[in-house]
Design a protein around this ligand. Structure first.
Ligand code: PEP
Length: 252
């Protein structure tokens, strides 16, 4: 049985006090959510304070990116996965489409960062997803398969236990357009098939696959009703505690 995961990506929003306020507001609203893991991903500067204030709660903290190295060194502006672990993170989001589109992230860097994150003891939420033109050309599955094969290349089955895959069609992120539940289900089956071809059926059946792309309180239930959808990575609708809590508590 795969434990569901609902993760909120706060992107580059919220000053420190605002991030803390949202986290503290969220805490009681999701305190009874035993049906899923709840994760929030604030900006780097809020990670330590938010994770301190959430200590003892059922909300875990993720970073939104990390360096590909854990060794201290001359990497100005980078933050090593071990530093994220040090300030209370349990997860890191890697290869989000905004990083791929605007900050030069590639499948190769996703692979290096994922390995560095795992080596630091973090679990990684690895994002994949096709652009609209790729879907319209009928290449969506091939694109996602290639991202997975390169992004997860060289990982062991034990590594895969600490990987969560987020399928986020780029055309659905922040656009208000959501993949239909059937489109999400079909791609999640394809993702599982790719993982099976790399690591065997057992791990493919156990890996959690999240859907991301304009998830809101009013569409989460139909997405979560799909058998291969194990949760959601939520951007805009995670910024307000009340809206994110309604997503987490979608079946209450
Ligand atoms: C995201 O940031 O991963 C995301 C899916 O954003 P949104 O929910 O706003 O589309």
């Amino acid at each position: 049985m795969r434990k569901r995961v609902i993760a909120g990506n706060w992107k580059m929003y919220k000053l420190l006090a605002q991030a803390v306020d949202t986290a503290l507001e969220l805490k009681p609203l999701v305190a009874n959510a035993n049906h899923c893991e709840v994760i929030v991903a604030p900006v780097f500067t809020a990670l330590k304070t938010v994770s301190d204030r959430l200590e003892g709660s059922n909300i875990k903290v993720a970073a939104q990116n990390c360096a590909a190295q854990n060794d201290f060194g001359a990497h100005t502006g980078e933050i090593a996965p071990i530093m994220l672990k040090d300030v209370g993170c349990s997860y890191v989001i890697i290869g989000h489409s905004e990083r791929r589109q605007f900050y030069g992230e590639t499948d190769a860097s996703v692979n290096q960062k994922t390995k560095a994150a795992l080596a630091a003891g973090l679990a990684a939420i690895v994002c994949v997803g096709e652009m609209l033109a790729e879907r319209e050309a009928g290449n969506a599955e091939a694109v996602v398969q290639a991202q997975l094969k390169s992004g997860l290349e060289g990982l062991t089955v034990a590594d895969m236990e600490r990987i969560i895959i987020a399928y986020e069609p780029v055309w659905a992120i922040g656009t208000g357009k959501t993949a239909s539940p059937e489109q999400a289900q079909d791609m999640h089956v394809a993702v599982r098939k790719t993982v099976a071809s790399m690591h065997g059926r057992d791990i493919a059946d156990r890996v959690r696959i999240l859907y991301g792309g304009s998830v809101k309180p009013d569409n989460i239930a139909s997405i979560m009703a799909q058998p291969d959808v194990d949760g959601a990575l939520v951007g805009g609708a995670s910024l307000e505690a009340e809206s994110f809590a309604r997503i987490v508590n979608f079946d209450r």
